[in-house]
Design a protein around this ligand. Structure first.
Ligand SMILES: Cc1cc2nc3c(=O)[nH]c(=O)nc-3n(C[C@H](O)[C@H](O)[C@H](O)COP(=O)(O)OP(=O)(O)OC[C@H]3O[C@@H](n4cnc5c(N)ncnc54)[C@H](O)[C@@H]3O)c2cc1C
Length: 462
């Protein structure tokens, strides 16, 4: 019987393991932590459920596709909560921008705040993005082809669209700066300036006003929890608290892995869901110098600073609120799960994205100082009273807890990186080594990582 080892039980590792098990492969997942789910996992405090990382599902179709590929229906495992008010962006120098699922409700607010032509331009932008998205959507479920691949398929306009960054498209639409910032908010939370953001982020408004955006009852963590259950039901062995120290290579083949406790496990195939850069720079042994040099030069994205709170919350506090303080400061986020999920009343998270280089320079002390500063900021405190900080994480702690590469959640998704492509599923240096997870797909959402595990395994002829 063919055997496979999957390193890491993140979303991508779990879908890869299930896909392999369905192909009759005997699969062992080795996970360093004492629980599966990786960054998409959660935790409980005093009976309240918290998501550690993700809080919003922006690509429900991608996740549904991934569940279908493993013979399941998403809704049989997860109870998605549609968001009516998707998010609100506040700043000191301009009116709030509120994005509803309903495009007309959104434009009514834009009309009041910025005048009628903004509303018309917004509608036109959303329509245009929906058209382009429709043509490009299937490419999210196939291995990276790049803009050139699209040109080969005759998708010339779409290819050219991808070659430009998000900011260029938003400016082209003639939208005022506060609206541009609100639409590019996913760049701000990645700690990136708008002019570095890739074009596909312009599809988010099309998704939000089309299929909608979602939370999930009990949290996004229910997705990896479901995948872990499915994996075990299909006969996948998931070994927790088993960090892998080496992926053992002999020329163009990997032979298996060695765990941190020195146990050697051989396999016909190794799939790494450990961070892509770490796979080449830390795990593959012997390493391949050129690959290590190339991957370790990639710009990295920090998971930022997070405080998890229990509190009394005023009724008008929405699910998702961004604060753009200006003055060169990164944005802040207040996630209020209780606004949409009656199983999680008074459950909040405060997030401050951080620039990766800044976080490395500052170390734990500077990162903790930012966390303390964020907790003192007035912008969120008028509507939240009597709060307890029940948990917190700064980049150094994310790094240690999740075995990240230099405390980064992945190579950051800049426009330039999108054009060059992410790390390939098929390793260029070993025929039976595959990579999956956030560094292998042109997007890092939970849905993309779920898709990545399936696509990775499809690259393997064995
Ligand atoms: C703060 C934050 C907010 C986010 N918000 C959203 C959001 O709102 N919506 C969204 O869709 N996505 C969001 N994301 C992104 C999403 O959560 C991640 O991209 C996704 O969960 C990563 O999945 P993955 O398959 O790459 O595996 P990972 O989650 O990276 O898991 C990899 C697993 O491998 C294990 N591992 C690593 N090295 C080893 C080793 N040597 N041996 C054994 N095991 C190892 C790790 O312990 C981990 O469990 C967010 C992420 C963060 C951090």
């Amino acid at each position: 019987m063919t055997t496979a080892i999957v390193v890491g039980a993140g979303v991508g590792g779990l879908t890869a393991a299930i896909t392999l098990a369905d192909r009759g492969v005997r699969v062992t997942v080795l996970e360093a932590r004492d629980t599966a789910g990786g960054l998409a996992g959660g935790f409980d405090v005093d009976g309240r459920s918290h998501d550690g990382g993700p809080y919003i599902l922006l690509d429900r179709p991608g996740l549904e596709w991934a569940f279908e590929q493993i013979g399941e229906r998403l809704v049989d495992h997860v109870d998605p909560i549609p968001l009516d008010e998707v998010y609100r962006v506040r700043r000191p120098d301009a009116p709030d921008v509120v994005i509803f699922k309903d495009v007309e409700r959104t434009t009514e607010g834009l009309d009041r705040a910025f005048g009628g032509s903004t509303a018309d331009r917004y509608r036109a932008f959303v329509r245009q993005m929906a058209r382009i998205y429709e043509r490009l959507e299937p490419f999210q479920r196939s291995p990276f082809a790049g803009a050139k691949g699209l040109l080969r398929e005759g998708l010339v306009r779409e290819g050219l669209f991808l070659l430009r960054g998000l900011d260029a498209h938003l400016r082209n639409a003639g939208l005022p700066e506060p609206v541009r910032d609100a639409l590019g908010i996913w760049t701000h939370i990645a700690g990136q300036p708008l002019d570095k953001a890739p074009a596909p982020l312009a599809f988010v408004p099309a998704l939000v006003h089309g299929v909608g955006a979602y939370s999930a009852k009990g949290g996004i963590r229910r997705i990896p929890e479901a995948l872990a259950r499915i994996a075990e039901a299909r006969g996948v062995e998931v070994r927790l608290s088993t960090p892998v120290a080496r992926i053992v290579r002999d020329r163009r083949r990997v032979l298996g892995v060695e765990t941190a406790s020195g146990e050697r496990l051989d396999a016909d195939l190794v799939v790494s869901n450990a961070p892509g850069v770490a796979t080449y720079a830390r795990l593959l042994d012997p390493p391949v110098g050129e690959l290590v040099r190339r991957t370790t030069r990639l710009p990295l994205q920090s998971p930022g600073v997070a405080a998890y709170l229990h509190a009394e919350v005023a009724p008008d506090v929405p699910f998702l609120q961004f604060w753009l303080p200006g003055g060169g400061e990164h944005c802040r986020v207040l996630v209020h799960a209780g606004a949409v999920d009656d199983t999680r009343p008074g459950t909040l998270r405060l997030v401050a994205p951080t620039d990766h280089a800044w976080a490395e320079r500052e170390g734990r002390g500077g990162q903790r100082a930012l966390l303390d500063r964020m907790l003192e900021e007035p912008w969120w405190r008028d509507a939240v009273t009597g709060f307890d900080v029940v948990a917190s994480r700064v980049p150094v702690e994310w790094g240690q807890e999740f075995h990240l590469w230099r405390d980064s959640m992945n190579p950051t998704m800049t426009a330039e990186f999108m054009r060059r492509g992410r790390l390939a599923h098929r390793s260029p240096v070993a025929d039976n080594l595959l990579l999956c997870g956030s560094s292998t797909h042109p997007g890092q959402w939970v849905s993309f990582c779920a898709v990545s595990g399936i696509l990775a395994v499809r690259q393997w002829p064995g």
